[in-house]
Design a protein around this ligand. Structure first.
Ligand code: LIP
Length: 266
């Protein structure tokens, strides 16, 4: 039996590490590509999470964002933790107070649990396979809203500019069909907010499995749908595009994506 309460407490403690961070003195490393950063807290939080989760589920391997010695990625393992220690690192660096700790657990290649914690507003999203999704322990059940009834959220990174014009023309088209658009800078929060009914769509050209793994089961257990922009199955092995939303809104955007020539496995 997996101790999910211990995992949740571990994620909360990681959130406290983010709140207690001294941003002024924080060291920052540049990763590959433009505006792609890793702070000393991304490393500290990931080290903490992997050390604690290893005690809770010793047989698991880890697919974490940062290059830490304990980030042993063995995709053959039965259990894999997908860890984004600070999703929204750029937000974190600039004191935006809008970042999350994202921890997802997969069993034999399928997500079985997900935790997305925004410590700044003490919001813990979580979900368990076939047992529903929750926000601070209250069940989440989405209404199947259309694009015209909601907010479109999207993400874009300076280090992922392939097809950026297509993304912005798609977002413009959705802006004109929706109530408004937002770009929060933390995919895990924006995806979980669909489950809460705050967004009807989230779209981003390229994300890593640790950005969306946890939020994907939260969204699906709440009644939403998440695929690649072209409609293909998301990957838990390599980066891919993301199109998530209510079933109605997802279908509408898929039509637009097809017109714009996105192939199913884009
Ligand atoms: C971030 C994502 C965001 C994306 C950023 C970055 P990170 O994750 O949450 O949606 O637009 O480029 O990938 O790097 O802060 O963990």
């Amino acid at each position: 039996m997996i101790d999910y309460i211990a995992i949740e407490n571990c994620v909360k403690k990681a959130g406290q590490m983010v709140l207690d961070a001294n941003l002024e003195s924080a060291s920052v490393e540049k990763k590959t590509g433009d505006a792609n950063f890793c702070t000393e807290y991304d490393v500290k939080v990931q080290n903490f999470l992997i050390n604690e989760l290893s005690k809770i589920l010793p047989e698991a391997s880890f697919f974490g964002e940062e290059d830490t010695s304990n980030n042993i990625k063995d995709l053959e393992k039965e259990y894999i933790f997908y860890i984004d220690p600070i999703d929204g690192t750029t937000n974190f660096m600039f004191g935006y107070n809008h970042s999350s700790i994202s921890v997802g657990l997969a069993k034999k290649g399928e997500m079985v649990a997900g935790f997305v914690y925004n410590p700044y507003v003490d919001e813990m999203y979580k979900a368990f396979k076939n047992e529903g999704a929750f926000l601070n322990n209250k069940p989440l059940k989405m209404m199947d809203k259309a694009v015209s009834e909601g907010i479109i959220a999207f993400g874009c990174a300076r280090y992922n500019e392939n097809k950026i014009d297509v993304l912005f023309s798609t977002v413009k088209e959705l802006f004109l069909k929706s109530l408004s658009i937002r770009s929060g800078g933390s995919a895990a929060i924006d995806l979980s907010r669909i489950a809460k009914g705050a967004n009807v769509i989230y779209i981003e050209l390229r994300l890593q499995p640790y950005d969306y793994a946890a939020a994907s089961i939260i969204l699906e257990e709440a009644g939403g749908i998440i695929t690649r922009i072209g409609g293909g199955k998301i990957s838990l092995v390599e980066p891919c595009s993301i199109l998530a939303g209510t079933k109605k809104a997802h279908e509408e955007v898929m039509k637009i994506a097809k017109e714009k020539g996105y192939s199913s496995d884009f």
